[in-house]
Design a binder for this molecule. Structure first.
Ligand SMILES: Cc1cc2nc3c(=O)[nH]c(=O)nc-3n(C[C@H](O)[C@H](O)[C@H](O)COP(=O)(O)O)c2cc1C
Length: 368
């Protein structure tokens, strides 16, 4: 249904329009009586084998929606009904910001990729609180936070703290987004002092609270291996609870799209299939460097159930989808969940259940 009807419709619109349309359809489904129930019946896969507990939070399954889709926390209930084990809303900034001028999202269909430079457009902290205030029992919601684009780097930490403090009681975990839409932020991350300057006030605030909220950082795939190792060191040395790896890349290596169309699109982060290998590599590196002890949410180019299996095998505890979901739709999530439910070994079961059955040629082939 999604691949036949909805995807062609969404891809016939501009990426920005199709995102708005998807949010609208989900909101309508949420308003219609029985809408969420129907979504759950049609899309969600529920099974005890899918449940996880990571950084003290219980997840119905390990597959979440990555940041950037539900930027204002409008449809996390509907996304959960569609089978996501958690939803990371945002990026939320203290004040509303309109982001970069449109067009700012471009699909590269032959590359199964998206180029985006949304510039963390969102309606600000107040709107996010309004959407989260009514409670989200049974839906795990992470909140991805950042400073406003207009905030000078010297004052950035106050913006992060403002988001963290005000959203503290409404979110199940926080992702500190240190990667902006431009290179400059990536370079800033090179500075350990900058990172610690953002994180320390959050740790201090959390120490004074009754409830514990895990804090993760989101990293860019374009960081050098040395910077990744430095982030891992910070992870070990501070009360940071985990890493979200990774955001989109600025690299354009290995694309099928012609140089002229890439030039026409211009700058932005690239997400989707071209990111798969680097995202898995980075997760494996962090997992190994941290002694396998730190929670990792793996995201980036998760386009098939096999990608997700590889990401989990590399050390991710949870996985997020974004571009893969835009291309494949709800069936991708369903297929992944089914794949993650251990199947009983068919031949053994057959033999155990029917010990007296005649041992035919077909059975031998199956047992092998
Ligand atoms: C259109 C679009 C908007 C995004 N906006 C955000 C954002 O606001 N904050 C953020 O942390 N990541 C954002 N991302 C990055 C995704 O959360 C994810 O990390 C990245 O796209 C890699 O996953 P994917 O290859 O499955 O898309 C965005 C991605 C896309 C495609």
């Amino acid at each position: 249904m999604y691949r036949r009807f909805i995807r062609p419709l969404l891809f016939s619109l501009s990426c920005e329009q199709s995102h708005r349309m998807a949010i609208l359809l989900l909101r309508i489904a949420g308003f219609v009586p029985g809408g969420r129930w129907l979504l759950r019946r049609c899309c969600a896969v529920e099974h005890p084998a899918l449940e996880r507990e990571v950084f003290g939070v219980k997840f119905p399954n390990p597959i979440g929606m990555a940041a950037g889709f539900d930027r204002n926390g409008e449809v996390y209930g509907e996304l959960s009904a569609m089978g996501f084990g958690f939803v990371e809303i945002g990026t939320v900034t203290p004040r509303p910001q309109s982001g970069n001028p449109t067009p700012r999202i471009f699909s590269l269909q032959r590359d199964r990729a998206v180029v985006h430079r949304v510039g963390m457009a969102n309606r600000g902290l107040e709107t996010a609180i309004r959407h989260l205030r009514n409670g989200h029992k049974g839906v795990v919601v992470g909140c991805n936070i950042a400073c406003n684009a207009s905030t000078p780097p010297a004052e950035a930490s106050a913006d992060y703290l403002r988001c963290f403090r005000n959203l503290y009681q409404y979110a199940d975990y926080f992702t500190v987004n240190l990667c902006g839409d431009d290179m400059q932020q990536d370079e800033l991350l090179d500075s350990e002092a900058y990172m610690r300057g953002i994180l320390e006030p959050l740790f201090d605030f959390r120490r004074g609270q009754n409830q514990y909220r895990p804090i993760l950082v989101k990293i860019s795939p374009d960081l050098s291996d040395e910077t990744i190792d430095r982030v891992t060191k910070i992870l070990i040395e501070t009360p940071l609870d985990g890493v979200v790896a990774v955001n989109g890349t600025f690299s354009r290596e290995g694309l099928i799209a012609s140089p002229s169309s890439l030039k026409r699109i211009g700058a932005g982060r690239l997400s989707g299939r071209p990111l798969t290998k680097r995202a898995i590599e980075l997760v494996r590196r962090i997992h190994e460097q941290s002694g396998g002890n730190y929670p990792i949410i793996g995201t980036g180019g998760m386009m098939t159930p096999e990608d997700v299996e590889e990401m989990l095998a590399a050390g991710a505890d949870l996985v997020q989808l974004h571009t893969g979901y835009l291309y494949e739709g709800p069936s991708l999530l369903k297929e992944i969940c089914h794949r993650l439910i251990p199947q009983p070994k068919a031949p053994d079961t057959a033999l155990a259940e029917e010990p007296m059955r005649e041992h035919t040629q077909t059975d031998e082939a199956r047992v092998e």
